[in-house]
Design a protein around this ligand. Structure first.
Ligand code: GH3
Ligand code: MG
Ligand code: MG
Length: 338
């Protein structure tokens, strides 16, 4: 089964966009969502002999991490972010229930599936395990084929639900975030900027003379162009907290946490140049022979003042309008008045 997890087939984007996938199509898509890396498992048991047994059953197909106490399990979890945990129920000091409780109450670990392993049998204990939030229950002595099969099933379910969640936040054409994801992140980041007194910037970007591009090169070429621009913007932004989203039509928006006005203006200029450097021919643009973009920057400077997301967006929009009005293929920006 190792090979099941070791390859992913690139997802081909075919136009025109189809309506929501059917159940059959989703079934066909989901098995492809296994990560290219080996899935990561955390094995927790206070008895070395049991860890060795599990290691023997699972070591070939997975990257394994081990812990011999509840406390250690929580530490390894925080450091290694396993995809699934096989957890002994009976341990001294901190038993499996306490570990599970701690995992479920931490947003960073609450989605990690946990399979309990115990020497106790019976409906009561099984019910308690499942009610506590475990996804499954295995009894000792552990049968290697059973543990392999259950681990594989629950990993598959985990990766499928991760994939569906990502899909709900992704723009189908360009594969960057969609408007919904952007709106959620913007509210979160505004709150964070207020609390931490850090700056926050937005860059709104619109393709110049894109209607003429479509009219002359066709809708398919227009779509390809949008995909290329999205990829370029993503490559230009390098901080993991930066977000590129398709705002709608031929407009994109970039969210830059912890970024002041001068840095945001520099980033916007870099994006302008990166898109131009793609050299996508556009013989019908009035500003250049290649596809260009206009950009509007808005910055919320560090302040505890409450800012509505729409205010920041409206300022970026006004600046984008100015950039268009001043001749396109340029950056305009302003700080939000507090
Ligand atoms: P400006 O420089 O003032 O921004 O002019 P423009 O032509 O880019 O702006 P306008 O708003 O007049 O036209 C935008 C065009 O973008 C119209 C529409 O055909 C095209 N467009 C919007 N969404 C998509 C898309 O998903 N795919 C393609 N191929 N084109 C799109
Ligand atoms: Mg537009
Ligand atoms: Mg446009």
């Amino acid at each position: 089964m190792g090979s099941d997890f070791s390859s992913t087939i690139p997802f081909e984007d075919s136009r025109p966009p189809s309506p929501s996938p059917t159940v059959k199509e989703v079934d066909m898509l989901l098995p492809l969502q296994m990560p290219a890396r080996k899935p990561r498992l955390l094995l927790v048991d206070d008895q070395v002999v049991h860890i060795q047994l599990l290691h023997h059953a699972l070591g070939h197909d997975y990257q394994l991490f081990m812990a011999s106490s509840g406390q250690q399990a929580l530490k390894v979890c925080a450091a290694q972010h396993p995809d699934l945990i096989v957890l002994d129920l009976v341990m001294p000091d901190m038993d499996g229930f306490k570990v599970l409780h701690a995992l479920k109450h931490n947003p960073a670990t609450t989605d990690i599936p946990v399979i309990f392993v115990t020497g106790h049998e019976g409906e009561d204990i099984e019910t308690r395990c499942l009610q506590a939030g475990a996804v499954d229950f295995i009894t000792k002595p552990v049968n290697p084929s059973v543990v392999r099969a259950r681990v594989k099933t629950h990993l598959t379910l985990k990766f499928q639900s991760d994939f569906l969640r990502d899909l709900a936040f992704m723009d189908g054409l360009t594969r960057v975030s969609n408007r919904r994801h952007f709106d959620e992140r913007l509210s979160l980041e505004i709150g964070r900027a207020q609390r931490q007194l850090s700056p926050l910037s937005l860059v709104l970007l619109d393709v110049d003379f894109f209607k003429r591009y479509n009219d002359n090169y066709g809708h398919q070429a227009g779509d390809d162009c949008l995909r290329q621009i999205a990829a370029t913007l993503k490559a230009t932004l390098q901080r993991p907290t930066d977000l590129v989203a398709r705002y709608g039509g031929e407009e994109f928006v970039c969210l830059l946490p912890d970024t002041g006005f001068d840095s945001a203006m520099r980033m916007a200029q870099k994006m302008l140049e990166a898109v131009r450097a793609q050299a996508i021919t556009h013989d019908h643009s009035d500003v250049d022979r290649v596809v260009t973009v206009s950009l509007g920057v808005a910055t919320k400077e560090p302040s505890p003042a409450v800012t509505r997301p729409n205010l920041l967006l409206a300022l970026a929009d006004t600046q984008l309008y100015r950039a268009k009005h001043m001749g396109r293929a340029r950056v305009c920006g302003d700080r939000l008045a507090l």
